[in-house]
Write a protein that binds this ligand. Structure first.
Ligand code: AMP
Length: 306
């Protein structure tokens, strides 16, 4: 029997078409589960749940395997892989979705291999909330920590299912606009209070180039983490998922879920996100040396030490 997975992630595995003000990449491997896995893999072994079609590049499978990602839960179909096309604005902070093709995702029903079902850490990356629920239901033991990501689309069209998932998770990572939309509040502190009452005791608000804010786990705890000022951002796609990967990866590695441990994990998450945006796809995350990751973590520590 295989040993139990440590950290399981379920989410999209994609072929993206990325357009930035200065470059374009029509076949850029992406998907939340891919970015998450590549960012968490330097910390702990990651087990991925997702689906691909026959057009998914074999080189990307090799990269994931090389990084030590367990692909037993990656279903391979005869159809086409999920495809997403996005264009970034001049400031690289905003983007428009130009196309979304669900393809093999449309009829995907995740099946967790047996050794996944007792993982201590679970991340439900951005996919339709009903699938996130299916994964939660297949866990034979309640993980020590369940993290969740979602997006405006699901807040709009699948709010009931999303509320069911929210009631069962420990940490929610979303962006500022999504937090406002989910809570129907205009003030961030009030939004955080309302969302934490829905289930997750810890709420991480991702603010792109402005860093991240963490509310919880105790009622009055707030922590602000900076983002590293970078002189060149190649492609912000996957920054949030890479943040989640570094964050969950470090929590799984140390097992330290204290407020202090969560704060440190937020900085490790910021560290992995900062690498992600420096290249297209997961180019910059691939083959990162431990020393490079640690050196950048120290730059983050210096950034706001006084
Ligand atoms: P992020 O930049 O963190 O929002 O993540 C970008 C990734 O999300 C891209 O690689 C896309 O393939 C993926 N993505 C975009 N739209 C969706 C969707 N509706 N469901 C799941 N994944 C998506």
């Amino acid at each position: 029997m295989q040993t139990s997975s440590k950290l399981v992630v379920v989410g999209s595995v994609a072929v993206d078409w990325i357009i930035t003000p200065t470059a374009e990449r029509p076949e850029s491997v992406g998907g939340a589960a891919v970015f998450f896995s590549m960012a968490a893999a330097p910390f702990v072994p990651v087990s991925l749940v997702g689906v691909i079609g026959k057009d998914f590049p074999s080189a990307a499978i090799a990269d994931l395997e090389q990084a030590g990602v367990d692909l037993a839960g990656l279903e391979r179909t005869d159809g086409l892989t999920f495809r997403w096309k996005g264009r970034y604005h001049e400031n690289m902070n905003q983007r428009d979705t130009l196309e979304t093709h669900l393809n093999c995702f449309e009829h995907f029903s995740p099946k967790l291999p047996e050794h996944y079902q007792t993982a201590e850490y679970l991340f439900l990356a951005n996919i339709v909330p009903s699938l996130q629920l299916e994964v939660l239901d297949q866990m034979r033991t309640r993980p020590r920590l369940v993290g969740l990501d979602t997006m405006n689309l699901w807040i709009d069209i699948a709010r009931d299912d999303l509320r069911k998932v929210l009631a069962r998770v420990d940490v929610l990572l979303i962006n500022r606009e999504e937090a406002m939309q989910l809570s129907a509040e205009q003030n961030l502190v009030n939004a955080a209070r309302a969302i934490r009452a829905m289930g997750p005791k810890t709420l991480v608000i991702k603010q792109g180039e402005y860093g991240a804010l963490c509310f919880g786990p105790s009622d009055d705890a707030v922590f602000s983490a900076p983002a590293l000022p970078l002189d060149e951002v190649a492609d912000p796609t996957g920054a949030g998922d890479s943040f989640a990967g570094g964050f969950m990866g470090m929590l799984a590695k140390t097992g330290d879920l204290s407020p202090e441990g969560v704060r440190k994990a937020i900085i490790w998450g910021s560290t992995m996100a900062s690498f992600c945006v420096q290249g297209f796809s997961y180019d910059r995350l691939r083959g990162l040396a431990r020393e490079d990751i640690e050196a950048r973590y120290r730059r983050f520590v210096e950034l706001s030490r006084f």
